[in-house]
Design a protein around this ligand. Structure first.
Ligand SMILES: [Zn+2]
Ligand SMILES: [Zn+2]
Length: 306
């Protein structure tokens, strides 16, 4: 009986763990990042002379956060969290083993490494930047494939079936997509780490702020949560380099001219290279969701993809 109680307690603890995302600087919905997005939205509303009380009522409305579409965001959020604990966390150590294996292969093929010994800060900055670039490109490319390969689109369509965007829509991804993304991330970290360990006679560290890499911190503090919201924020000419919230809203748009635009996560340069960049100036988004399909907002019927 006591054992059963303990197991139940453990299950409850795992179930409630996602609430800690709001306290974790490594998560996009960390309260500081949410707050910074609210501040940016308020400043925008002020400069656009919008009716702020009306905007606030709209942003906090029950209809927005408990809309059937928004509720599904939460269901996926909890399901993916539990599946990540069960399926991904146990294989995280595999990333270290993979990095060691790649490192050994490099030694065998190209001889002894440790070519450079640079000041630790230089290597840390270099490692942080290279990891960010490879990570960002791999995200872009996998996202691109999700849209181009019908079998993958089936799963990614879950993210696009949201007709209301809130910061929680980030977590509305099918578990198959979550698993693919976790493997992608593991491979990128293992590969870049192995290369750096091979090339440099230094300890390898990331440049972090409150435990988050500085690139993720800057990206998130600059209003990343507005991407999944109805606050229209473009970056003007800078959108050729960095993806703005408005550009991601274009990615979610139902309008035919917006389909397959702006796959980028942080940098817009990949979209430029692949011809899928669309800037937010001179365009408006009429609605979010799948362009040619009305989707029933029912969580259970989405398990096999769309
Ligand atoms: Zn997409
Ligand atoms: Zn999205």
């Amino acid at each position: 009986m006591i054992e059963m109680m303990e197991e139940l307690q453990q299950l409850l603890f795992i179930g409630l763990e996602p609430l800690q995302y709001y306290l974790d600087p490594q998560k996009r919905i960390y309260w500081v990042y949410l707050l910074s997005s609210v501040v940016i939205a308020l400043v925008l509303a002020l400069t656009r002379r919008e009716n702020i009380p009306r905007q606030l009522v709209k942003a906090l409305s029950w209809k927005l956060w408990f809309h059937p579409s928004s509720r599904i965001d939460f269901y996926w959020f909890f399901l993916n969290h539990i599946l990540r604990i069960v399926l991904v966390v146990p294989v995280l150590g595999g990333g270290v083993a993979l990095a060691i294996t790649i490192n050994r292969i490099l030694y065998r093929w190209f001889g002894a490494g440790d070519f450079w010994q640079l000041p630790e800060l230089t290597v840390t900055i270099l490692f942080t930047l290279v990891l960010f670039l490879v990570e960002d490109f791999s995200r872009f490319f996998v996202h691109y494939l999700y849209h181009k390969i019908p079998l993958l689109w089936r799963f990614h369509a879950i993210h696009h079936s949201a007709i209301i965007l809130t910061p929680m829509t980030l977590y509305r991804i099918h578990w198959a997509e979550m698993l693919v993304n976790s493997i992608r991330s593991l491979l990128v970290i293992a590969f870049v780490s192995a290369m750096f360990i091979y090339l440099f006679d230094n300890d390898i560290h990331l440049y972090t702020v409150f435990g988050a890499t500085i690139t993720a911190f800057l990206f998130n503090i600059a209003g990343s949560n507005l991407r999944h919201s109805s606050v229209w924020l473009g970056f003007g000419y800078l959108e050729r380099w960095v993806v703005s919230p408005a550009q991601h809203q274009i990615h979610h748009s139902v309008s035919p001219e917006h389909i397959d635009k702006n796959f980028g996560a942080t940098l817009a340069v990949w979209d430029r290279l692949f011809g899928s960049l669309m800037m937010s100036k001179n365009t408006t988004v009429k609605g979010y969701g799948l362009a040619n399909k009305t989707v029933e907002q029912r969580f259970l019927s989405q398990q096999g993809g769309l």
